[in-house]
Design a binder for this molecule. Structure first.
Ligand code: MN
Ligand code: MN
Length: 418
């Protein structure tokens, strides 16, 4: 009996005593698709176990086939690691909008919170600063960013789709959409609790400072500030800025410009890994010097491609799903294994050192960001480990021969097929 798989047994017999006996005899063994403790395969011969007669919303439910009927290898549960901007309320103003997912909405996301923001051509995200560091990724259009460092050195740059910016915690900055149609971008703060709605705004401070203090502070008459906004602007429609070179010349002081750029072209950078299955691009403090607390990988999986089984020893992974359809299974001790489906605008989260893979299940390219609260990107590949451990050791764990192990990829492909 031990060599007869339960799946074969189930298909060869009607539901009955024999199946029950087999299941109970193997009750201590699980995690194998032939011997699952949970999953639709257990319902063979008893179809009522699978029906779902209660309330449901197919428009939402159908997006999650892996939750509706998990693969038979899934087991146990773990904190929800799916969230989305698609159902996050928009704060809409004249000039653009913002929506966010913080740890208040997404309990597992301890290290990073996310904001999706749109600015029209000329639309301004008000001059401000905040407690967390801000990392931005342009998903659409063009944007002008300004920032001042603590040495008094000013930086102004234009960014396009696929570009990044990084503003260290506390440094003041502004954002403005450019032509022809403004921009949309992702913001990640290096603190899961950080919210975009409690930043320190220049209009708020001026409106709540006595006029005579403002006058003394800036060395001008009190009447100078008679028309300042009484309420914060946050996002407002402005005029398109002039030439970048003119703005850069206008902000340059005696201290000169910062030694390292606060922006980086991730999307148009050379891939660090390119296989038949896809491409990986990385930005961390090794190549994007100022990005001391955020590291990121931009991953493109071609149809059928697989982001290989791996984990990150240094940080939790916060994901932004940009295009295509993907499926991820996360593995934790217990064992626990849970599979979820992801679509554009969704957010995923994997705790540090939890194993995972991502499969492109769509017809076109799948693209997503892996974002880490870390100065550097790091991952450990399962196949790399299996092929760089003495073969006899690995063979005894897997019950395969050493010749088979020699066929595993031994150069950390990141994306399969190689
Ligand atoms: Mn900001
Ligand atoms: Mn990962």
């Amino acid at each position: 009996m031990s060599k007869v798989s339960r799946r074969n047994l189930l298909s060869a017999t009607a539901a009955g005593a024999m199946v029950t006996a087999a299941a109970s005899a193997r009750a201590a063994s699980f995690g194998n698709p032939d011997e699952p403790p949970q999953g639709a395969i257990n319902t063979k011969g008893n179809p009522a176990s699978l029906t779902d007669p209660g309330p449901q919303n197919p428009a939402i439910g159908d997006q999650f086939p892996s939750a509706q009927s998990p693969p038979p290898t899934d087991v146990s549960d773990m904190p929800l690691f799916w969230a989305s901007f698609n159902n996050a309320p928009k704060r809409i103003q004249n000039g653009g909008w913002a929506r966010q997912v913080t740890q208040a909405d997404f309990a597992i996301a301890e290290s990073i919170s996310g904001v999706d923001m749109r600015l029209t051509a000329g639309g301004i995200r008000e001059m401000h600063w905040h407690l967390a560091a801000e990392w931005g990724f342009v998903s659409y259009g063009n944007c002008r960013v300004t920032v001042l460092d603590e040495m008094g050195r000013a930086y102004v740059a234009d960014v396009k789709e696929g570009d990044l910016w990084y503003f260290p915690a506390g440094l003041p900055h502004s954002l403005q959409g450019l032509g022809p149609d403004g921009c949309e971008f992702l913001l990640c703060f290096d603190d899961g609790k950080a919210t975009e709605y409690n930043t320190l705004l220049v209009t708020d401070w001026l409106a709540h400072t006595p006029p005579d203090i403002l006058a003394e502070n800036f060395g001008v008459p009190v009447g100078t500030f008679s028309k300042i906004p009484l309420h914060q602007l946050y996002i407002f429609q402005g005029k398109l800025p002039g030439a970048l070179l003119a703005d850069q010349a206008a902000v340059k002081g005696a201290k000169g410009f910062p030694p390292h750029p606060f922006t980086f072209s991730l999307g148009s950078s050379a891939p660090v890994r390119k296989t038949k299955g896809g491409e990986v691009r990385i930005a961390d403090s090794n190549n994007f010097i100022v990005s001391k607390t955020i590291a990121a990988a931009l991953v493109t999986l071609h149809p059928g491609g697989l982001r290989e089984m791996h984990w990150h020893p240094n940080a939790d992974e916060w994901q932004y799903w940009i295009k295509g359809k993907g499926r991820m299974t996360v593995f934790d001790s217990g064992p626990k294994a849970v599979t979820m489906d992801f679509n554009p605008g969704d957010i995923g989260y994997v705790k540090r050192s939890n194993g995972h893979y991502i499969k492109n299940i769509g017809d076109g390219d799948l693209q997503f960001l892996e974002v880490f609260k870390s100065p550097y990107f790091a991952d450990v590949s399962l196949s790399d480990w299996m092929t760089h451990t003495p073969p006899a050791m690995v063979a005894q764990h897997l019950n395969v021969d050493e010749a088979t192990i020699a066929k595993f990829p031994s150069n950390k492909p990141e994306i399969m097929p190689e």
